[in-house]
Design a protein around this ligand. Structure first.
Ligand SMILES: C[S@@+](CC[C@H](N)C(=O)[O-])C[C@H]1O[C@@H](n2cnc3c(N)ncnc32)[C@H](O)[C@@H]1O
Length: 247
């Protein structure tokens, strides 16, 4: 089952990538738009329910704004809320985020399990970043919010980390922009390297389903093939987009 969730203002809803903490719409609007996406995911059986703590999300948001060094990010408040909510609702024991740059996308996922937004206990929340200096910064950022080390960032190729991960993968977040040959097409390589550790119910979140749709064609064809994937929703509420797929 494939669906598109489209907010009517997706194209005019814009953030400043160098000023990511500034709200660009009233909170009620942000909540309503994200609730619409969560409801569609729930109707398709992708989520068991759509309840999550709005207070914890805001505590998480504030901690990231105060503690993280973020040179830029394309993660809108809508996207941060959706990613946090999906993690808070499904509570993945093992989550891997591929291509985390400074760590903002990573902590949008992991923040449901660690720090002031935590609502469950995870086993492994792993961010993977291929550039060592970016991985170092992302790890520094993560340590400021999670002294326990459950959320950690490794400097490596996400294809290798996902392939070698020993346990089940409950949630995979894809954001790596690959090399000159593959670009974001690397999403499919990362997904395929971990399929043997995924199970019915594993969630795969892929950023840039809108603005990189051409480069992601093979990946999107794969996750939208009902013979392979139970359901997939293209969430279009900002210019980047997120494909949410459940095995
Ligand atoms: C464009 S950034 C993602 C930024 C994120 N969307 C945001 O708005 O904060 C993509 C990151 O993926 C990393 N990357 C590229 N190929 C990778 C791979 N094979 N494994 C892990 N990270 C990779 C790049 O170094 C880069 O930091």
């Amino acid at each position: 089952m494939n669906r598109i969730y489209r907010a009517e203002d997706w194209d005019s809803y814009r953030m400043d990538y160098s000023d990511p903490h500034r709200a660009v719409e009233p909170l009620e609007k942000e909540i309503a738009v994200v609730d619409g996406a969560l409801e569609m995911l729930w109707e398709l059986g992708t989520l068991p329910h759509i309840r999550y703590s709005h207070e914890k999300l805001l505590a998480h948001r504030q901690a990231v704004a105060e503690l993280f060094e973020i040179p830029w990010t394309a993660i809108t408040h809508r996207m941060q809320r959706l990613i946090y909510a999906v993690n808070a609702i499904t509570q993945p024991k093992n989550m891997i985020a591929a291509g985390v740059f400074c760590g903002n996308t990573f902590i949008s996922n992991a923040g449901a399990g660690v720090g002031p937004g935590a609502c469950y206990t995870a086993d492994n929340l792993i961010g993977v970043e291929i550039k060592p200096e970016e991985a170092e910064r992302a790890e520094r950022n993560a340590r400021r919010i999670d002294p326990t080390g459950v959320a950690r960032v490794v400097a490596a190729d996400a294809v290798d980390v996902v392939r070698d991960f020993p346990g089940p993968i409950d949630l995979l977040y894809l954001d790596a922009d690959g090399d000159a040959r593959r670009g974001k097409g690397i999403y499919l390589d990362i997904l395929e390297s971990g399929l043997d550790k995924m199970h019915p119910g594993t969630l795969v979140l892929a950023h840039n389903s809108v603005n990189c749709a051409d480069r992601l064609k093979d990946y999107l064809d794969y996750v939208r093939d009902p013979r392979r994937i139970k359901a997939s929703v293209n969430v279009i509420f900002d210019v980047e987009g997120l494909e949410v797929s459940v095995l």
